[in-house]
Structure formats: C-alpha cells, structure tokens
Design a protein around this ligand. Structure first.
Ligand code: AMP
Length: 414
C-alpha cells in the first residue's frame, strides 16, 4: 500500500509517501518513496520536494491554504517526471495517515477517522488551539480530495503517554480541576518516543515488557520520556507542549507566578504572556539571537557570544536535571537515547548533557560520540547505562499504524 503521511501545521505542510504493508512491516522493509514540505502557506510559499534517491526540487509560489498545499504536493507526486515508482495518479495513494497533536484522554492509540473521531479531535482543540485546528483542516481537505472511500487514520502525539500513572500526570492543584476540565499532564512527541523505544527493543532483541529507558527528543521542540515496561511512565511536556525542557522558543518549566508578574510589569494580557513564553523564550529568549541550536553553537564558538553560550548551557543543564529525576523515578534505567535534530546531530550537546552524569554510571565514549552517524552506541563499554543515538522516524510509525488499522483494526505493536 502507498500511504500518504500528512503533518499539517497552521502555515506548513510536511508529507511523505511510504510503501508499506503487513509483510514489509514484519521484515522492516517499508520504503519511503518521496517526501517534502511547504512552508509559509497563506502567502508566498516555499516548496521542497524530493523523490527517493533524487535531488531535492525547490520552488516558490503563492499557496492560499492547506487544501491547495496538499493538491500542489499531489500534483508533483503524480507528475510523470517526478520519478516516483508506482504512483501515477491519486488512485495509487491507498490511505492517508495524519499526525494529530492532541487526543486528550479520549484517544489512547491511533484510530481510523470517522465522524465521531473528528468530533473527538475537535473536543481537544481547547488543549491545543495552535495545532488541532490545522490538523482538522488537513483531514477535511484530504477527504475532499480523495473522497470518503479511502481510509484515513489519526496518529496522536499524546497517545503514547496515556499510560502515565496518576502520580505523574496529576498536577498538585485542586483535584476538581482535573475532574471538571481534564487539566493534567498529557505529554507530546509520543510517536517519536514510541518509535525510539520500538527501535531499541528491536535492536536489542528484547520483549517490550523489558524496555526500561529514558528517551530524549531534542529538536526545536524538546521533551524527555521515562519508559518502563515498554510504557511511558513520565514525560516533561504537560497539558500543552510549553512545560519541561528549554526549547527553541519555549521557556519550559517556570514558576506559574511569573505570568501575573510579567503581565503587571509589562502591561500584557495573560494570553500575550503565554504567547511570549511559547514564541519568544527558550534559546531565542536567552540568547537574543536565534532559536536554532546549530547557529548558537557557531556564535558561541566563533565569536564567543556570552548569551549564546549561556542559552546552550541552560538547555543542557535542564536536560541533565530531568535525566537525574527520571533515573530516580524509575529506580535506574538500562539506556539513555538521544533523538531529534539536536540529539541526533550534535556531539557537543550530547557531551555537555552527559558530563555530570558519570557518578550515576553514565559514561560517554568521546570518540564514539564524535564519530557517530545514524544509529549507534556512544557510551563506554563499561558504562552500566548505555547511551545511544536512534534517529526518529515518526512518519514511518504513522504509515505503519495506518496499515495495521486497515488490515487488523489494531495499531498495536507500540
Ligand atoms: P528538529 O526540530 O528535530 O528538526 O531539530 C531542529 C534543531 O536541531 C535546530 O535547533 C537545529 O539547529 C538543530 N540541529 C540540527 N543539526 C544540528 C547540528 N549538527 N548541531 C547542532 N544542532 C543541530
């Protein structure tokens, strides 16, 4: 089956076409046929499309909305000269898998999309007002383009964390707010943490129930998960993705009283302060330069920029503290795994994070760390806790869940 994987944001679209079925899943032989992204939808958009094994094609054109973006991507995918094997028309796309950010408590796993599911995703808009509306628009546009007969699945960022126990998902605020409004920790990046845990147990050839690890998804958005018995038991993001680690533009953890304080001092509404904590804080806020870790590293190394260095140090310090607390919460772990744009690519950040952890049996091998490419072990042989890098692949899990839902009604195999 050729699965179209869609990740629809408020002004961006990322897509992949993945050829997969139950047999290729069992053999780990799924194939990515094409991928691409369109940014700045709603104005002069930038498009990047790549067929597997071919050069990336870049272009720019006005794109008014998400439906036009999906249609534009499909026109490219199905064009004769795109060189994508086995995809000549939209009839060669057999199902669509959508990344959906918030599934609340209602969605504990991936589901095929029905009217009822769509209403459920709408119910979760209040928790993810920046994300779920864009996801819904993507689902509706795909229905209009493909008709109702092709199966569409929703894969939720929150679903993997639905196994969190009460002690880690409840906030210490009056309990009725959980009962009345479902205010609790949901956690995000669930598909990424789940993929990494799945790869780990496949590489180690151990059953799901024996997976006891800490996964670090470090990218523009960052989160950490404690996984025990194969299940997520704690994670750093909360009701929304704002909580936890320092991120590109998000503050992560802070004293809630700061909201009212900034509001009074700066004459901002609470909503404006929340936006400031989401969009102008984190690495960008501390450095005053950029939210991009690669650029910050270059600034601190080349021009010795003090605040760039400070932003990097605060980022690493926060990650280190979380690792310590999850090791305590789980009474140890067998491995710590880095993923995401920063976690996969930056030996420097991995080294800075691990520096203070040696007393806990976490010993980085500096030369393995420096030379690692793709999946690999970067800890010393005598390190009781393994350190690994596993590049994430959320799109693959989205495609696989979609196929499994269609054939077996069960996404399972988490
Ligand atoms: P993601 O959101 O997972 O795509 O990750 C994006 C982040 O990864 C950005 O902050 C990038 O600067 C960062 N990143 C990518 N490659 C590197 C690298 N080689 N060194 C440091 N940061 C990197």
């Amino acid at each position: 089956m050729n699965i179209l994987v869609l990740n629809c944001g408020s002004s961006s679209l990322k897509f992949q076409i993945i050829a997969t079925d139950l047999e290729t899943i069992a053999q780990n032989a799924d194939r990515r046929l094409a991928h691409g992204q369109i940014e700045r939808i709603g104005g002069a958009a930038i498009l990047n499309f790549s067929a597997e094994g071919k050069e990336t094609e870049r272009s720019a054109m006005p794109i008014k909305d998400i439906r036009t973006a999906i249609e534009t991507a499909l026109r490219w995918v199905t064009a004769e000269d795109s060189g994508i094997e086995g995809v000549q028309g939209i009839a060669d796309i057999h199902a669509v898998g959508h990344r959906v950010v918030h599934g609340g408590e209602q969605f504990k796993q991936s589901v095929l999309i029905s009217e009822e599911v769509l209403r459920g995703i709408e119910d979760c808009i209040e928790f993810a007002p920046l994300h779920n509306p864009a996801n819904i628009k993507g689902i509706q546009a795909a229905r209009e383009i493909f008709g109702r007969n092709i199966p569409q699945a929703a894969i939720f960022d929150t679903a993997f964390h639905q196994t969190l126990p009460e002690i880690s998902y409840l906030y210490a605020i009056p309990y009725q707010f959980y009962r009345r409004h479902k205010i609790r920790r949901y956690g995000f990046h669930g598909t990424s943490h789940r993929y990494v845990a799945y790869r780990y147990r496949t590489i180690k050839n151990i059953p799901r129930s024996e997976v006891k690890i800490i996964t670090l998804h470090l990218g523009n958005g960052s989160s950490i998960a404690a996984i025990n018995g194969g299940n997520s038991v704690d994670t750093s993001m909360g009701l929304t993705p704002l909580e936890g680690l320092v991120m590109g533009t998000r503050s992560g953890d802070l004293d809630a009283a700061i909201l009212e304080f900034i509001s009074a001092k700066e004459g901002l509404t609470i909503h404006e302060v929340e936006m400031l904590l989401n969009k102008q804080s984190g690495l960008l806020g501390i450095s005053g330069l950029t939210n991009d870790m690669r650029e910050l590293i270059a600034e601190s190394e080349e021009s010795g920029d003090r605040r760039a260095r400070l932003a990097i140090e605060i980022f690493c310090y926060r990650v280190c503290k979380y690792i310590g607390s999850y090791l305590a919460a789980m009474n140890g772990a067998d491995a710590i795994i880095f993923t995401g744009g920063i976690g996969e690519n930056s030996a420097k950040i991995r080294k800075m994070i691990c520096e203070n952890l040696s007393w806990m049996g976490i010993r980085l091998d500096e030369s393995k760390n420096e030379t690692n490419k793709g999946e690999g072990i970067i800890s010393k042989e005598n390190s009781p806790v393994e350190i690994r890098v596993i590049p994430t692949n959320e799109e693959l899990l989205i495609a696989r869940d979609t196929v499994r839902l269609i054939y077996t009604g069960d996404p399972a195999a988490g």
